[in-house]
Design a protein around this ligand. Structure first.
Ligand code: SF4
Ligand code: SF4
Length: 105
């Protein structure tokens, strides 16, 4: 597994644990989020995602079904009211560095 894939995986584990306990779990998921994930994945990963439904197509009862690196903006997202879990800030820095490196190569 590449470093950046692993970083996003770790980050999504942190944020998913917070959002699963939200009064309305995963309420920040929306059609636009799924659309940006599709666009990112097509551009960066050269993978064309398909979906069986049109409304928030990648959200299931226990969260998003996409790998964390296919939906980077969702994976790092926490609302302003969420308590950032330990390690969040450090992972965010590492992801930023890894994305900068990816842009350079
Ligand atoms: S980001 Fe905040 S509001 Fe959105 S699902 Fe997570 S905890 Fe809930
Ligand atoms: S986390 Fe998944 S289901 Fe939620 S908006 Fe992002 S891509 Fe869609």
């Amino acid at each position: 597994m590449s470093r950046i894939v692993d970083l996003y995986r770790q980050m999504a584990e942190l944020t998913n644990a917070v959002c699963a306990k939200c009064p309305v779990p995963y309420r920040c998921c929306e059609d636009a989020g799924c659309a940006q994930a599709m666009a990112w994945t097509e551009t960066v990963e050269q993978v064309n995602l398909t979906a069986d439904k049109t409304h928030i197509p990648f959200l299931e009862d226990d969260g998003c079904i996409l790998p964390a690196h296919f939906r980077p903006l969702c994976s790092i997202w926490l609302c302003k009211d969420a308590v950032k879990p330990p390690g969040y800030a450090e992972l965010l820095r590492e992801i930023a560095e890894a994305e900068k490196e990816r842009l350079r190569t």
